[in-house]
Design a binder for this molecule. Sequence first.
Ligand code: NCD
Length: 313
Amino acid sequence: MKPLSNLISIEDLDAEQVVGILDTAEQLLPIADRRRNSVPTLRGKVVCNLFLEDSTRTRISFDLAAKRMSAEVINFSGKGSSVSKGESFKDTALTLDAMGVDCVVVRSGSSGAPLQVSRYLEVPILNAGDGWHQHPTQALLDVFTMRRHLGDLAGRHVVVCGDVLHSRVARSEVQALRLLGARVTLVAPPTLLPPAPESWGAEVSGDLDAVLPDADVVYLLRVQRERMHRAFFPSSREYARFWGLDVDRLARLPDHAIVMHPGPMNRGVEITADVADSDRSVIIEQVTNGIAIRMACLYLLLSGDTEGAEVTP
Ligand code: NCD
């Protein structure tokens, strides 16, 4: 596969690179799953987690991924650092460079921040979520999880339901699924659809009940209240009634279909607690798979290996 220099957007990848990342993650999964042991693969490398927006699972996941491969990790957050004293983004990035980090993982509320950092630094930049724009490792861990359950995703039908408008996950997800040949239907209230959703290469429906019988995956998106500055729907109850997944809707799915959510969930809004905890839900598996995917991305960016061949768990 073509070597990776940064991972900023799924748009920068081709299908072979996506498959290469998934195959590498498959090899690394036994280590991701293992609680105490690590491998020496990235010994001597320094990974900096530059997290300028709140995050729990993504930051911990990157942290664990780097540590399972014996890299050193520096955690840098906006709060409690010189960023809160008004230091510019550029100066923060140049300071990290001067300290000799080998890779920077960037999470930011501003779309484009990781790309900006990549212009200041020579080392690989990994996007851990930027504004409404992209969340490539989330999309990769999701297609990895789908592939583990369904095999080849070509021709599979994935229903992505919820707050598509504000969702960087949805943007990255649809691009990754299209690269792998899957069919995607976006389901959302009209106010939470982006402009020209057809340009995403997805179908669009306003009727969740109608699309469920034909779905292999239902992917629920979190209602992103922190990004809503006006009312996009009348109430959480009404949202749940039309766009939420409950047990009655779950029964409409084919037996093999799986339920996914990137987390954190609003239980009772986009998904009921009994569906989230049901045996059709793979939400907890997504979290474990996330470590393997982040290990694979760090490995491919930092080792220069383009085959994933040297990974020996
Ligand atoms: C996603 C994010 O931050 O974009 N969550 C995550 O990475 N754990 C999805 C979300 O916040 O809804």
